[in-house]
Write a protein that binds this ligand. Structure first.
Ligand code: BES
Ligand code: ZN
Length: 625
């Protein structure tokens, strides 16, 4: 029985609006296209938000009212919002009249449906609420966890489905709305959002924001802290704690050139300004593409601008993701795969092909590792680009498949049709689908009519759908052979087999990427003494570059190299970036399967991690509260 017929038997005929139900797809039959939201936008949908928020660090509570403008199909007697652990204190319509509401069952991942009963012509729904200190999107950072150590810091992380833990909203990437907000903060702490932003604190401790381009809920973002602003170019700048601002401005000096390069590739930047804020080290991601204000981890500040491809990545999301948005989290590769491809094109424009090839090769290594790991874990279906995350946490889809297999898929298409045609196609795709949502199937239709069948000579022979609907890495996956890495390989072999002593290794012209390539390949059979010698020569255990440090720890934990113990513990208790934590805790568990060592470190570190990191590391370390 196919999926459609299963639905047939489950639904009564009266539920079909169309004349010939057999023609319909499952998506058409089920009004909830996005299985991770309770909302039914075809009945009643939010179009604009006026948000009032008060930020209280003493009790770690946001007190707010979300004034929603809504549109209904004229027949709806309710509108459904998503909430997760919000405390709803009252709901009214635009005329201050109380509205009745009901809460659905609580699901640990999805939260609850908030069903608000409305008259057919209702245009406004105002929801008053508070957040609990445990609200999952919110990180109430203690002063000790900041650089300045004096003021606390608050930041949000809404993607994928955590917006509903701080704002009652229709939390689906397919639902867009404009917003205004008014946020009051403690004395001297500036609020910033994914919107028009202040550049200095004000005396009233009250900040007004506007976002006039419609955005989905996962791009709602707020930070409050002791930060200052430094412009980079006309349209770009950085925010950071005062003690970090100079370093940050140096590190991100190329932001403006990135913006210019991105526009030259795929058309005008749609969000007016592009600023970036450096968050405290507990931030669970490298970066988050909140419109107008990228959130970034301080771990990309290496002092030599070598980790700025992350900025290119978040900037690229201003097109792929923020303009053309994945309709559901099953289509996540449309956001991330396009963005990694675009990120590499920006880096190539700025630093040349050989630099880009290193990024692509490291990415391929990540892809192979993820395919291998997911296969081992019996999750090979998760190595398809199009996912099925129904009934699961969308966070499960955040693997290198979406990122790297997605990017390599686009590189494969580029290889087939040539760069010129492919660029024209991508540019047109962004232009024609700006501020719209995209499903994988809609993309396939678009690709077929604008590229594949528009070029009958080459592409037709490419069975590209294998990339999307089949697991693993297809045989026609392109290769980026980096000359710079080939040289590193020779050095590595010579050092590993003893041909080279440490003082014969010439690393003078190595960038961070060559180092990463070298360190990643160090075999766990290399004797500890040789590792120690190498470390003495190159100071890796004390590297100020977080990527190098994390890779070094990952390669030397299995070897039992004890010199790393103190810096490793220091790293794990001060940095909360999940991409670093996951492999390190896994390596610790593998080295000591009792889990004692990993849990002893985690016990100290856990209170400082954001909930999304905690969720992952709890599983890895088998943590019981
Ligand atoms: N949008 C993602 C982060 C994200 C994805 C958060 C899914 C929550 C759910 C962001 O653009 C991203 O991909 N960040 C990467 C950086 C990158 C250079 C690949 C990260 O944080 O590592
Ligand atoms: Zn991304």
């Amino acid at each position: 029985m196919n999926k459609t017929s299963i639905l047939f038997t489950a639904l009564t005929a009266t539920q079909f609006a169309c004349s010939d139900p057999a023609e319909e797809t499952v998506e058409d039959l089920d009004p909830r296209i996005d299985k991770h939201s309770y909302s039914i936008p075809t009945e009643a949908v939010c179009t604009h938000l006026d948000l009032d928020l008060d930020v209280n660090f003493n009790n770690q509570v946001l007190t707010g009212t979300a004034h929603w403008s809504i549109e209904t199909n004229g027949a709806a007697d309710s509108i459904i919002f998503d909430i997760n652990d919000l405390n709803i204190t009252g709901i009214t319509n635009g005329n201050e009249e109380k509205l009745k509401y009901r809460l659905g069952d609580h699901d640990p991942v999805m939260g609850q449906a908030l069903v608000v009963y409305i008259a057919p012509n209702t245009e406004k729904v105002s929801i008053a609420y508070t957040t609990p200190p445990s609200a999952k999107a919110l990180q109430w950072t203690k002063p000790e966890q900041t650089l300045g150590k004096i003021h606390p810091f608050l930041y949000t992380q809404s993607q994928a489905i955590l917006a509903r833990t701080w704002i009652p909203c229709q939390d689906s990437p397919g639902i867009r709305f404009t917003y205004n907000a008014q946020v009051t903060t403690p004395e001297g702490l500036m609020a910033l959002m994914s919107a028009t932003n202040p550049t200095a604190p004000n005396a009233e401790n009250s900040y007004a924001f506007e976002m006039n381009q419609p955005v989905p809920a996962y791009l709602m973002a707020l930070t409050v802290g002791d930060v200052v602003f430094e412009p980079i170019g006309e349209r770009t700048g950085v925010y950071a704690e005062p003690g970090m601002i100079e370093k940050a401005a140096y590190e991100f000096a190329n932001m403006d050139s990135m913006l210019v390069a991105a526009e030259a590739l795929y058309g005008p930047y749609a969000w007016e300004r592009y600023d970036l804020i450096v968050l405290p080290p507990s931030f669970p991601f490298g970066g988050m593409e909140n419109p107008r204000l990228t959130f970034a981890t301080p771990t990309i500040i290496a002092g030599d601008r070598s980790l700025t491809s992350l900025v290119a990545h978040e900037l690229a999301h201003s097109w792929s993701g923020n303009l053309v948005t994945n309709a559901t989290w099953d289509d996540f590769w449309l956001n991330e795969g396009f963005t990694v491809y675009f990120e590499r094109r920006i880096m190539e424009a700025l630093y040349g092909e050989s630099y880009m090839a290193m990024l692509a090769e490291l990415g391929y290594q990540d892809l192979e590792a993820d395919v291998h790991q997911l296969t081992e874990m019996d999750q090979r279906a998760d190595t398809k680009l199009k996912l099925n995350l129904e009934g699961r946490d969308p966070d499960d889809g955040m693997t290198d498949i979406a990122y790297e297999k997605g990017a390599y898929f686009l590189s494969m298409l580029e290889e087939k049709v040539g760069r010129e045609r492919f660029d024209a196609f991508i540019k047109q795709y962004f232009e024609e689908n700006a501020f719209k949502t995209m499903t994988t199937e809609k993309f396939i239709t678009y690709l077929d009519s604008n590229l594949i069948y528009a070029d009958s000579t080459k592409m037709v022979q490419t069975n590209y759908k294998e990339w999307i609907y089949e697991p693993g890495i297809p045989a026609n996956c392109p290769k980026f052979n980096s000359d710079r890495f080939s040289k590193v390989n020779s050095t590595l072999i010579a050092w590993s087999d003893g041909t080279f002593e440490v003082d014969e290794i010439n690393t003078d012209d190595w960038s961070t990427h060559e180092w990463l390539h070298f360190i990643r390949q160090i075999s766990d059979t290399v004797p500890v003494a040789r590792i120690a010698e190498f470390d003495q020569a190159f100071g890796l255990s004390t590297s100020g570059n977080s990527e190098i440090l994390a890779a070094w720890f990952e390669s030397t934990i299995p070897i039992g190299y004890e010199t790393i113990n103190a810096p490793l513990e220091n790293f794990l208790t001060s940095v909360g970036r999940r991409k670093f934590l996951t492999p390190l805790y896994k390596a610790l568990i593998e080295a000591d399967p009792s889990g004692e060592r990993a849990r002893a470190i985690y016990a100290k570190a856990r209170p400082g991690y954001h909930s999304v990191a905690v969720q992952s590391i709890d599983v890895i370390t088998d943590w019981k509260e």
